[in-house]
Design a protein around this ligand. Sequence first.
Ligand code: AMP
Length: 213
Amino acid sequence: MKPAAQVREPSWRRLAFVALGSNLGESRQNILAAFHRLKALADEPLRESSLWQTTPEDCPPGSPPFVNAIVGLVPRPEETPESLLTKLQAIETEFGRRPRQVLNEPRPLDLDLISFQAEIRATKALTLPHPRAHRRRFVLQPLSELAPDLVLPGQTASVSRLLAALPPDRGMFRIVAPGGRPATGSANSGASQSAGRRLEGTRAPSTRRGSPI
Ligand code: AMP
């Protein structure tokens, strides 16, 4: 039998997962710059998903596509879900978020706390795990790159199984692979490269998907 010290728990049990989204301004740059800011909150190197272009959901007709990604970070020892959310909201403000005037109005950066280890919350300020994460492809697809076996608290199925049960998003493409490598795959087809080129020309979208919260 292995000594207890050698029985390693999955690394994702130690992580907090943050969902990033943008469809206003230089979305791809915003997400990459946000990765850099999130590194400062982590105790170990950040786990970064690909960047994905996704179809707006619950948005006004004509809404532009989003750029979405997920990071997994090992929180600092003193960090709590509440203190981490406060820091995420400060970063959103740094990236130009203003107090919301209109529901689901455009934002250059949206940061949602998807989960924080096994923590559960149900307060006005914080719901953990994020209440809609388990049914959103733009969350589950990048999350499955980092933690396919993760079972979010309150769920019985893993991230990869939840993802497999969702309808496809024909407008979802990988645009930047992890580590900034050129993308070579996509969620539903092999057209990610052309999507990447399309996105580089995308500027100043004007609306955002229905907020995850
Ligand atoms: P949004 O405008 O979509 O960014 O929503 C932000 C609001 O959702 C804030 O009032 C947060 O306190 C609240 N909220 C509750 N749970 C979460 C969560 N897991 N991640 C991010 N924001 C949350």
